[in-house]
Design a protein around this ligand. Structure first.
Ligand SMILES: *Cc1c(COP(=O)(O)O)cnc(C)c1O
Length: 438
């Protein structure tokens, strides 16, 4: 599944010991396995190769340009949700023909930027955005390609958190499906635009393949209706949302998703249609860990607390979504070397609340978690942190963002240096004489 494995009693990433990474680069540090990232991308692509999709990796899951470039070399494109992510795609050398842009609140500048870059598809989310894009297209003398992001009103399964559900009625994303055909026809009549099809993104993570089947059937109904009116639909973008394994063997495989999706698209493909996917989490989550160090152990009431150097500013998911992240010492006692994430059979475990250094009571990475007995200075690996880890970090409490390290085989590369105190204040213009009114 991934290349973070315990060997000779300690944790390795591919051919590199994580003790050596912690000693060399300090903590907290994100460590990525290049081979895991590439392997996940290839296996996702293989599962869907019958529909020959364009796979646009979702940059908001993991946006370091070194990793985007690695995926680009494998043939991946980029799904951007801002001008900043379009810029990252360019820096990473991603072909605009393989770049798509989504977002419910794109600015005029962001749309203009996408038009000038001639990207593969702009996924618009409202009637008003179509009007703005049309004006920009005329001003720029371009004919941008677009798709309409549809809200198919499909509820994800019970395990998709409400806070990451995006395709249900009344939500802020996309255009209600019953208005999508009229908007398509309106855009098709606009000679400054090239309307190509539809986009959905249902939420994340989605564990039930049937959710995709339901949404896709609604989209195909829309396609059939428009084709009967003489329109041609050439792009269907099914978004991302495919799950990652946070625990052990709880998520369906990519083949399970392909099984319900691929055959439904056969007719669309025969007509020459292009299918797009935008996976993020499913490719990147298990390709990265957050390496941290235990600072203090203390007792609070009946609880044992482990205070570590990584908190909600370094990995927001637990505080934000109550997400579960498996964590384990890099160098556990001999009797507590895990062979899977099911550690219930291991001896000598203690329940800890694992907390970060942030002055905020939601700064818990785990509560009552069974771990080997910890000591100050132990390195603790927080797994499945490659997606929505570094990209959601902040400087709250004037914390410094972590370093990012890329491992490939026995090669270790620092791909983002740790922030410094100078970085913290660099934008705050200590000399304000040029920026004062009056
Ligand atoms: C976030 C996002 C994705 C990726 O979601 P994952 O769950 O990481 O696969 C894809 N498309 C859009 C439009 C998104 O906003």
């Amino acid at each position: 599944m991934d290349e973070f494995t315990y060997r000779d009693g300690s944790l390795w990433c591919e051919g590199v010991s994580l003790t050596s990474v912690a000693n060399r680069f300090g903590t907290p540090t994100y460590v990525y396995s290049a081979n895991t990232l590439i392997d996940h991308y290839r296996r996702f692509a293989k599962a869907f190769d019958a529909v020959n999709p364009l796979i646009c990796f979702s940059a908001k899951a993991l946006s370091n340009v070194h990793l985007l470039r690695l995926l680009g070399q494998e043939g991946a494109g980029i799904d951007a949700v801002s001008g900043g992510e379009l810029h990252r795609a360019t820096v990473a050398g991603i072909d605009p023909e393989r770049t798509v842009l989504a977002g419910v609140g794109k600015s005029e500048d962001e749309l203009r930027d996408a038009v000038r870059r001639k990207i593969r598809c702009i996924n618009v989310e409202s009637e008003a955005e179509v009007e703005l894009l049309s004006r920009i297209a005329r001003e720029e003398g371009e004919r941008p390609r677009l798709a309409i992001r549809v809200n198919p009103d499909v509820a994800p399964d019970q395990r998709t958190p409400a806070r990451t559900t995006t395709g249900t009625r009344g939500g802020k994303f996309g255009v209600d499906i019953e208005r999508a055909a009229a908007l398509f026809a309106h855009a098709a009549a606009d000679r400054s635009l090239r309307i190509e099809g539809f986009h959905v993104h249902l939420g994340s993570p989605i564990f039930d393949p049937q959710v995709y089947a339901t949404a896709l059937d609604r989209l195909l109904g829309l396609v059939a209706r428009l084709e009967a009116e003489g329109h041609r639909i050439t792009t269907l973008n099914l978004g991302g949302g495919f799950p990652a394994e946070y625990v052990d063997r709880t998520a369906p495989s990519w083949d399970d998703f392909a099984e319900v999706i691929v055959h439904r698209l056969a007719g669309f493909r025969r007509g020459g249609g292009q299918v797009i996917f935008e996976p993020g989490r499913t490719i990147a989550a298990n390709a990265g860990i957050l390496l941290s160090t235990v600072r203090y152990l203390k007792q609070a009431g009946d609880q044992q607390l482990a205070v570590i150097d990584a908190g909600m500013t370094h990995l927001a998911r637990a505080a934000m979504y109550d997400s579960y992240h498996f964590m384990w010492p890099v160098l556990p006692p001999a009797e507590a070397v895990p062979v899977s994430r099911d550690v219930s059979g291991l001896a000598g475990l203690t329940a800890y609340d694992v907390v970060g250094p942030i002055c905020e009571s939601s700064d818990y990475l785990a509560r009552g978690r069974s771990l080997p007995v910890l000591a100050a200075g132990d390195h603790l690996a927080i797994f499945t942190a490659g997606a929505y880890g570094m990209t959601m970090t902040s400087n709250y409490n004037s914390q410094l963002r972590p370093a990012e390290v890329l491992v490939q085989g026995d090669q270790v590369t620092l791909v983002r240096r740790r922030e410094t105190y100078a970085d913290l204040v660099a934008l705050e213009l200590l000399d304000t004489s040029d920026h004062r009114d009056g």
